[in-house]
Design a protein around this ligand. Sequence first.
Ligand SMILES: Nc1nc2c(ncn2[C@@H]2O[C@H](COP(=O)(O)OP(=O)(O)O)[C@@H](O)[C@H]2O)c(=O)[nH]1
Ligand SMILES: [Mg+2]
Length: 223
Amino acid sequence: MKISVMTDILEANDRIAAANGEVFDKHRNLVINLMSSAGAGKTTLLELTAQALGGKLRLGVIAGDIETTRDSERLEKYQLPVVQLTTGTACHLDANMVSSALPHLDLSQIDILFIENVGNLVCPAEFKVGEDCKVMMLSVTEGDEKPLKYPLMFRESVLLLINKTDLLQHTNFNMEEAEANARRVNPDLEIMNTSCTTSEGIPAWISWLEQRYQGRFGDRARA
Ligand SMILES: Nc1nc2c(ncn2[C@@H]2O[C@H](COP(=O)(O)OP(=O)(O)O)[C@@H](O)[C@H]2O)c(=O)[nH]1
Ligand SMILES: [Mg+2]
């Protein structure tokens, strides 16, 4: 007898993710599952996003980490509702963990909810959490071959942010090679180059978010 433990786990997860998705739809929340390896710049990007978009759209964050409330402390400075999930040993957020955060957020007061996943280039991509879409970051210090080595996250994402472009000159990261590798894995992937230090690409990211929100829910005015 063959027991497909992973299949069962993912099916159970998908059911909870679908229920989360219904809650998000009801509240007109655009939910972005933001993934990367540790240190690529997710929290820094969210800090910049809060500065740029804070007055226009109401943002909220669920931040996942193995330990500590460091990220939520950084983000709370921007007057955002933030819930920190510490996973203990788990290397990703799953739908059940995200569901447990929802009672701590007033979703009716949020337009875009970011789920900053645990820093890991593998596991987070396997789990739906009820998001509208997955967005990933790859920083130029990580290597341009990573899409080929860790294809799932690149395949599952709709947008790839290649971050830390300010450090390009100090690395052997080849931008064209990285983009070609990413598109080999996912031909539909949108790609933007960003630097949270120089703000290169940040306006394009902000426009992308605004358009995604509009495409999903129209104008911000609520029914
Ligand atoms: N040079 C450079 N450093 C960055 C950039 N984005 C983030 N960092 C730095 O990278 C480190 C990790 O960033 P953080 O946002 O905590 O990454 P996270 O683990 O993905 O949330 C911090 O020291 C940031 O200041 C960038 O675009 N350029
Ligand atoms: Mg972080």
